[in-house]
Design a protein around this ligand. Structure first.
Ligand code: AP5
Ligand code: MG
Length: 214
């Protein structure tokens, strides 16, 4: 199954992608994770992307389209893929259409996680991530058993650099202006399935599974 996860920062794309990946063995391709890894390793890509990410702005289309094109070309996705956080602009969506057509890959669904803005600030400012395995936590909604350490692998948690109030506000603005138009784009293509992202994680996941299996 070839899926796109669409939604505002903090909507729960990464959280649900990890659960889908575990249950259905469909790999998650997160442009945010790929870019953060490049920044951590100080690669040429990371050096270019860093200043945009720290300001809460989108990395230029050409760069992220290149990443996705290479990933889709070079990896065999026998069970499909989940694109988490890509596309995020209309030009990215149009480029993706072309890349998929060229590789004869069909896009099945775009899952749109819809959410009220008020809760996003708490979700993002409270997010903690495992340095080792990438497991997601939230100090308000989903805290680890031992403060600041991962339940799964025991490693220390960290807070993303862009999860501060000022940058969060910028990211939400960028989403409204540049990414939200994709809802209509995929509605017109009859690919969109909207899920209420305000619910509890497990409930959202059960709705998602229901949709994917029926
Ligand atoms: P990216 O890493 O994709 O960040 P984002 O879009 O801002 O989304 P997030 O990862 O913040 O949110 P999420 O929806 O995954 O939520 P999560 O599941 O973690 O991108 C980062 C940056 O990279 C961008 O700003 C940009 O600069 C660049 N970039 C990436 N892709 C790009 C592209 N295509 N083009 C250009 N630039 C690009 O959940 C959040 C928190 O809430 C967690 O703490 C979690 O535990 C909690 N939570 C989740 N679900 C629930 C629930 N149901 N109830 C309560 N808490 C919940
Ligand atoms: Mg994410």
């Amino acid at each position: 199954m070839n899926l796109i996860f669409l939604g505002a920062p903090g909507a729960g794309k990464g959280t649900q992608a990890k659960r889908v990946m575990e249950k259905y063995k469909i790999p998650q391709v997160s442009t945010g994770d790929i870019l953060r890894e490049a920044v951590k390793n100080n690669t040429p890509l990371g050096q270019k992307a860093q200043e945009f990410m720290n300001k809460g702005l989108l990395v230029p289309d050409g760069i992220v389209i290149g990443i996705i094109e290479e990933t889709l070309k070079d990896t065999s996705f026998s069970k499909g893929f989940i694109l988490d956080g890509f596309p995020r602009t209309i030009p990215q969506a149009e480029s993706l259409d072309k890349v998929l057509a060229k590789l004869s890959i069909n896009l099945d669904y775009v899952i749109n996680f819809q959410i009220v803005e008020e809760v996003l600030i708490k979700r993002l400012s409270g997010r903690r991530v495992c340095r080792e395995c990438g497991q997601l936590y939230n100090i308000y909604f989903n805290p680890p058993i031992k403060e600041n350490y991962c339940n799964q692998c025991g490693q220390e948690l960290y807070q993303r650099k862009d999860d501060n109030i000022e940058t969060i506000r910028e990211r939400l603005k960028v989403y409204d202006v540049q990414t939200a138009p994709l809802i209509e784009y995929y509605e017109n293509k009859r690919k969109l399935f909207t899920i209420d992202g305000n619910n509890e994680q497990g409930y959202i996941f059960s709705q998602l599974c229901n949709f994917l299996e029926n």
